[in-house]
Design a protein around this ligand. Sequence first.
Ligand code: PSU
Ligand code: MN
Length: 303
Amino acid sequence: MNIKLSKKVSDALKEGKAVVALESTIISHGMPYPKNVECALKVEEAIESEGAVAATIGIIDGVAIVGMTKEEIEEFGIRKGIVKCSRRDLPIVFAKKMWGATTVAATMYVAKEAGIEFFVTGGIGGAHKKANETFDISADLEELGNTDVSVICAGPKAILDLGLTMEILETKGVPVLGYNTDYLPAFFTNTSPYKIDYNFKDPLEAAEIIKAKRENNLKGGVLITNPVDDEHSIEESKINKIIDEAIHEMEEKGIKGKEETPFLLSKIVELTGGESLETNIALILSNANLGAKIAIEYAKICK
Ligand code: PSU
Ligand code: MN
């Protein structure tokens, strides 16, 4: 096995304590330095201050570390050449002893192997616009269909086709829950026209739904969406214009495949004059608080 748990994480799991996994693509490919490292450390603090244990996941010299140290997180924020690692990249990165920043899909896989039920991130990947022609559909959706991990996020990024993304989640049997909302949050914006499957009002309710999914062998993930607060939500028409501009530039430059999401995220930061980055950080912190609370309720009802 190319997976290693920190002592803190492995002790917490043995004792049935709440543990929350975190990804590293967001650190290496999702945000500029030094905000990426600041944000990653703040997210860990937020989880721990709720009383859960944070486990940031990344691959170092071919070993997936579950529960990275502060120094390792810092290194993921600075080091050049860390591979953006989705499920298909894992065997290569393991065998070649490379460094890999895990995406939602790869982090879910590692979390499941480690025995962690909860995973907090910013936004998941999904069906890209024009996916009906390009087939560019994030492996995150496939992983949500197959892997028993609950993912807390602020919705799929609005750089995606949200309607198509919801259709695929339905096909794969992934329940989409919303925290005090009937509509799917769209990452930078806290709402969209798409209805989610259930509006839950408190962390215990979400924990009970996850427990019911596990007890009834309904394989796969649960997607828990948490809308960003009004203060940080960027107006839909404004962000959509910027997204269109970013996509246009991406197409002109011929950027494709796994480079698309990192390019779009950094272009949007540039075009919003840094506003989208502040929103991104605010939403992850809020997801961390919510995720930790759900994990704690879950640990209580599963005792
Ligand atoms: N959400 C963010 N920032 C990110 C990502 C999501 O706020 O950097 C990353 C996640 O790791 C996600 C990945 O799994 O983007 C999706 O990439 P792709 O579309 O290439 O599958
Ligand atoms: Mn893709």
